[in-house]
Design a protein around this ligand. Structure first.
Ligand code: HGY
Ligand code: MN
Ligand code: MN
Length: 412
């Protein structure tokens, strides 16, 4: 095993230890104690690799290698470091570690870039604590307004600002980053699907990322005694929600073209086995490669909800995230492909069914993404695994590409 591969494995393994559910996968919610541990680890690594470390007012972490051109825009390289509940070790950290190792190669080869290289570790990409997702990148690019950020609370009613302060973060630090300070963004991510493994190809060069939207739907009825309330005198919030949820997969199947729809979260109140539920809150996640399909499913979902919004059942729908499908930058795509060919690393083009911070950064900068295979195509589970050899290959490709984009000065 190469030195690079060993360093990659060690870092992925160390970061995976920062979990609230040891032995049951990675649970690292934003601004949690596990976030704080991972943050300290990442910042120490950045310092060890000679980078200037800072955090912004959202808690995004930046490790900068200065360029020779004064005040030049940076090439950002990284990913997120939060997780889904009971997720895997590679979703996010593989990209952060790849960014760190690209910067280490700059240091080892004593390279001075003209444009700065910045390793970034972004918060709340998954939305597992505050909902929606892509929060760190949306905040940094201004897509999420500061006032909306401050309004966000988790399911215990803890606000973003309170949670930040609990782990010693300073929300008064600069938040939105001027777009002109970013020249490009590169991200390595695990594929989270079966394509690369089926094709036995180690690298996917991402062409486009699906559009996605997330809703939180609240159904309100009336609590009652499970034993004494006659069946014809109930306003059962869970039964209405169940009817809606059961029909959501067919909304996506009828739309076709790879459209998907998922209910991943369902909370029942007051959640007593002998109490007729007074309220349920559930999520709906809709994705497609074409925006028209997303809009069609949204329209059909609203019609479905309206058909249950009657008698003593009240239903409210709140949209938490909407991102159009996003193509990666053609110039960066060709640079990633050229670097792969020059390094004799097999690659193919691939589209992303998962959302990524890259789709947000694409609003303000040129963006490129690489995928590596996920074993058995699984992700968002403790079984998630990718080969450090593939991560090392991606690091080499990103290193070649970053040297070009930062216009490294070649000393003869
Ligand atoms: O949901 C997604 O696609 C990503 O894992 N946040
Ligand atoms: Mn991810
Ligand atoms: Mn994920």
């Amino acid at each position: 095993m190469t030195n690079l591969q060993t360093r990659i494995e060690e870092q992925i393994d160390n970061i995976s230890k920062f979990t609230a559910t040891p032995g049951q996968g990675t649970t690292r919610l934003t601004y949690s104690q596990e976030d704080k541990q991972a943050r300290e680890y990442i910042k120490n690594k950045m310092m060890e690799y000679g980078l200037q470390v800072r955090e912004d007012g959202f808690g995004n972490i930046f490790g900068k290698l200065d360029g020779t051109i004064q005040d030049a825009p940076s090439i950002l390289i990284g990913s997120h470091f939060d997780s889904v509940p009971n997720g895997g070790s590679y979703d996010g950290p593989a990209g952060v570690v790849a960014g760190l190792e690209v910067s280490a190669l700059f240091k080892e080869n004593n390279l001075r870039p003209k444009y700065p290289l910045e390793v970034i570790a972004l918060i709340e990409e998954e939305g597992s604590r505050f909902g929606g997702g892509l929060m760190g990148s949306r905040g940094m690019t201004g897509l999420l307004r500061e006032e909306d950020f401050q309004e966000l609370t988790d399911q215990n009613g803890v606000s973003t600002l309170e949670a930040m302060k609990e782990i010693g973060l300073d929300p008064s630090l600069p938040k939105k980053r001027a777009p002109e300070t970013i020249k490009a963004y590169l991200e390595l991510h695990i594929e989270q699907g079966p394509i690369l493994e089926d094709k036995k190809i180690p690298i996917g060069v991402v062409e486009a990322i699906v559009g996605l939207t997330q809703f939180e739907i609240t159904v309100e009825g009336r609590a009652g005694h499970a034993g004494t309330t006659p069946m014809d005198r109930r306003s059962d919030a869970l039964v209405s929600a169940a009817h809606i949820i059961a029909q959501i997969p067919s909304l996506a199947k009828e739309e076709g073209e790879g459209t998907v729809a998922t209910t991943g979260k369902l909370n029942v109140f007051p959640n007593g086995s002998n109490v007729i539920p007074s309220k349920t809150v559930f999520t709906v996640d809709i994705r497609s490669g074409k925006e028209e399909h997303i809009k069609n499913v949204i329209r059909n979902l609203n019609e479905l909800v309206d058909s249950f919004n009657k008698d003593e059942i009240q239903i409210t729908v709140s949209q938490q995230l909407y991102m159009e499908p996003r193509a990666m930058n053609p110039n960066i795509i060709s640079q990633l492909k050229k670097a792969s060919s020059n390094l004799d690393i097999p690659y193919c083009s691939i589209n992303s069914g998962a959302g990524h911070d890259a789709m947000v950064l694409a609003e303000v900068a040129d963006v490129g993404m690489l995928f590596i295979p996920s074993r058995d195509g699984v992700s968002h589970t403790p079984e998630e695994w990718s080969d450090s050899l593939d991560i090392a290959k991606a690091v080499e490709i990103l290193f070649e590409t970053a040297k070009k984009l930062t216009e490294v000065e070649v000393f003869d």
